[in-house]
Design a binder for this molecule. Structure first.
Ligand code: GLC
Ligand code: CA
Length: 538
């Protein structure tokens, strides 16, 4: 396991709908990704996590799949998919498919059959409860608002959905469901994909009668069977999305014996700026010392016995530079600082499209939002008595559409994303923030990410070293040390916008060399300017 390729890799997430359009319909497509492989190779990434491109009515932008073995026509064809896998390989990039196995679209053939009658062979592919119209089986709520139960009058039954009404949950207790899924995965493996990301995998073993969703009793039994029947037959990277994972569970998910997944993708650090026990829309300032503790606990907790994903962003999360950095005066410095904190750690870093440019959040009028979760939140919260201003404040801060604005390629029309009308409006700051400008600029966020990726490949201490948090209770610095027998890496970051001083000699051993800094030069070693980040090597 020590020499697994993905332990030194950096993964780049593409949200295809917003990446690059090639036919002017305003929707990104597979050909668009092929056209941008040079850019990705230049950045230095090893694999692409491709958000779903399967056949889908797009109720939840592809996380509602109606056919796992077909490509959604708006993204292209199966030939385009095969061409992408092949072209990516020429650029030394693997393709990681997004597997949504907790639920399908209600337009999937299985569900169409399932709701025909209780004795249809597919009926038991989904999760049902007998009942009466208007009398819900219990009070469980769906993640996107409303009840988790939906009435089907023809059957006199409710079906269970943890997400949208059009995303009925699959019944993993049914062995036939599991078998179908394994066959489908093996079919994709034959096509030469490099791995899989497992969407909300912690929720597959639900037991709705007992109100259990995440971490159901049979969860790890199912995952081990899934892994044995599929992934273990190839040299794949697999990553399980698990909102509910703690360290003990993460060790199971990413057991070095390979019995489950390669790594876990958990969210403890990224949920810290919300009120505990409430929804993500219930904002709270980031508790900085807590953030350090949480990230550090995961570093030491999984060292040698598990593997973590490192991320600030994905297609569900707001842009980190707007969230915990500064997207005004210090946008470039703070984007680099946040990258430094993360890319010095152990694990597999994920870069979400546009993060490497320091792309920022958006403030749309409500009519310009597209995300089902955001729109449901808007209506539900207004109905619950929140003021319009309060609701919009939450949406500006947390809407998933912050991540879904089109990729900013250049300063031309629609940021070079499309020649048509984009499906979601481009962030107006594309004239200033775009890939064309940043590729040319050695001091850009893009150039800095390139360096960080390069360091992971050349310095074993980044991939393998131990981790120790420094200046634990300090309210300004995020500092830590990584060590192997032969190398020591010191990462010291001023996390905020004030200038602060530090007795650097007390933290970094004499004789260390400066490896990286997000300011062009250092006049006074003791002085850390706003968001200043440094790496020293000893
Ligand atoms: C995951 C995905 C999210 C999707 C949900 C339901 O959390 O990341 O985008 O809406 O699962 O599939
Ligand atoms: Ca298109």
């Amino acid at each position: 396991m020590a020499d697994k390729w993905w332990k030194k890799s950096v993964i780049y997430q593409i949200y295809p709908k917003s990446f690059q359009d090639t036919n002017g319909d305003g929707i990104g497509d597979l050909r668009g990704i092929i056209n941008r492989l040079d850019y990705l190779e230049e950045l230095g990434i090893d694999a692409i996590w491709l958000s779903p491109v399967y056949r889908s009515p797009q109720e939840d932008n592809g996380y509602d799949i109606s056919d796992y073995q077909d490509i959604e026509p708006m993204f292209g064809s199966m030939e385009d998919m095969e061409a992408l896998i092949a072209a990516a390989a020429e650029h030394h990039i693997k393709i990681i498919m997004d597997l949504v196995l907790n639920h399908t679209s209600d337009e999937h053939r299985w569900f169409q059959e399932a709701k025909k009658s209780k004795d249809n062979p597919y009926h038991d592919y989904y999760v049902w409860a007998d009942g009466e119209e208007g009398v819900l089986p219990n009070d469980m709520k769906a993640a996107f608002g409303g009840s988790a139960w939906e009435w089907v009058p023809e059957l006199g039954q409710y079906y269970f959905h943890q997400f949208a009404i059009k995303q009925p949950d699959l019944n993993w207790n049914n062995e036939k469901v599991r078998r179908e899924i394994y066959d489908m995965i093996l079919w994709w493996m034959e096509k030469g994909v490099g791995g899989f990301r497992l969407d909300v995998i912690d929720q597959i073993a639900k037991e709705p009668e007992q109100k259990i969703t995440a971490n159901g009793p049979r969860l790890h039994e199912f995952i081990r069977e899934l892994s044995r029947e599929t992934f273990q037959k190839g040299d794949l990277v697999t990553v399980g999305e698990a909102w509910g994972a703690d360290i003990a569970r993460a060790k199971q998910y990413s057991n070095p014996d390979g019995s489950e997944f390669s790594m876990v993708f958990q969210f403890e650090h990224i949920c810290l700026d919300q009120q505990p026990g409430r929804e993500k829309w219930d904002l709270e300032p980031l508790p900085f010392v807590k953030l350090k503790q949480v990230l550090s606990r995961w570093q030491t907790g999984l060292h040698g016995c598990g593997w973590n994903s490192l991320f600030w962003n994905n297609h569900d999360l707001p842009r980190i530079v707007s969230r915990w950095g500064n997207d005004g005066e210090y946008r470039v410095q703070s984007a680099k600082m946040l990258a430094t904190v993360l890319h010095g750690m152990q694990g597999t870093p994920y870069i979400y499209q546009g993060e490497e440019l320091g792309m920022t959040n958006i403030k749309y009028a409500i009519g310009d939002y597209r995300d089902i979760e955001t729109l449901n939140c808007y209506h539900d919260r207004l109905a619950a008595g929140f003021s319009e201003a309060e609701v919009m404040r939450s949406i500006y801060a947390k809407s998933r559409d912050n991540a879904r604005t089109p990729m900013q390629w250049n300063d031309g029309s629609e940021a070079g994303f499309t020649t048509g009308q984009p499906w979601i409006a481009v962030n107006p700051n594309y004239k200033e923030i775009n890939a064309a400008a940043e590729r040319e600029d050695p001091d850009s966020v893009f150039s800095y990410y390139k360096k960080l990726i390069g360091l992971r490949k050349t310095l074993p201490v980044i991939a393998c070293g131990t981790y120790e948090l420094l200046l634990e209770d300090d309210a300004h610095f995020f500092a830590y040390c990584r060590k192997t027998d032969t190398q020591e890496l010191y990462v010291i970051c001023n996390f905020f916008g004030d200038t602060v001083t530090l007795d650097i000699g007390a933290v970094v051993p004499a004789g260390s060399g400066l490896l990286l800094c997000n300011y062009p030069e250092i006049a006074d070693e003791a002085l850390f300017r706003p968001y200043e980040a440094r790496m020293y090597l000893y």
